[in-house]
Design a protein around this ligand. Structure first.
Ligand SMILES: O=P(O)(O)OC[C@H]1OC(O)[C@H](O)[C@@H](O)[C@@H]1O
Ligand SMILES: [Fe+2]
Length: 202
């Protein structure tokens, strides 16, 4: 066995143990490209639709990027990577990820904040919602059944987290695309505040 890679045999696939570099400040890897989401891919998720459209027309900025490491989608595997949400706002609403439920609702996820400042916004189908603050060194446990969205509230720094979740969890984007989150995170008097989402659909 070498120090950098070991072979193990799963039921159907041979999975390589690999080392990957993730920079703690930028979240990026020197060996693997991230997936990217620009504002145009999620402009309709922001409350101020006119501000979103104007921003896309002027500059379709990169809002966030993240890694899909291609881990097998079995319950015995662990999907992982970094997620980087850039600083910025649409109107007074902070840049955020699309957010999703897991297709297998009864699966949790763990996020560890490497750098930056933000929140993990969570809500479950039963109506509970929570916002957990991300500061470097803080881990946020997203419980089973909770949709989750990362929000960057820094004016200057990217929010960089490392995440891990069960390989078979899957992503349900449709529910959030249709209903939205119950809460929005907006700047009020220079500080983040969670307010009711006027467009939220029960
Ligand atoms: O899935 P999004 O809300 O677009 O966020 C992008 C990515 O962020 C994460 O950190 C999750 O763990 C990924 O599973 C997800 O795909
Ligand atoms: Fe997730």
């Amino acid at each position: 066995m070498s120090t950098t890679a070991a072979k193990t045999t799963a039921a159907e696939t041979t999975v390589q143990a690999v080392l990957t570099d993730f920079d703690v400040k930028t979240g990026l890897s020197t060996t693997k490209p991230p997936l990217q989401r620009r504002l145009s891919a999620m402009a309709d998720m922001y409350a101020d639709q006119a501000a979103a459209a104007a921003q896309v027309a002027e500059d379709d900025v990169l809002v966030y990027e993240f890694f899909d490491m291609g881990v097998p989608s079995t319950s015995g595997d662990v999907a992982y990577g970094t997620s980087i949400t850039y600083p910025g706002k649409v109107g007074d609403e902070y840049y955020m990820t699309k957010g999703h439920f897991h297709e297998v609702l009864d699966t949790a996820e763990i996020y560890y904040c490497l750098s930056g400042h933000g929140y993990m916004l969570m809500e479950n189908p039963e109506g509970d919602w929570q916002a957990a603050e991300f500061t470097p060194g803080q881990a946020v446990y997203v419980p089973r059944r909770y949709a989750h969205r990362s929000i960057n509230v820094s004016a200057t720094e990217p929010l960089v987290t490392f995440f891990a979740f069960p390989g078979h969890a899957g992503h349900d984007y449709g529910t959030i695309e249709t209903k939205g989150f119950r809460k929005l995170c907006v700047e009020r008097d220079g500080k983040p505040e969670f307010i009711d989402n006027p467009r939220w659909q029960a």
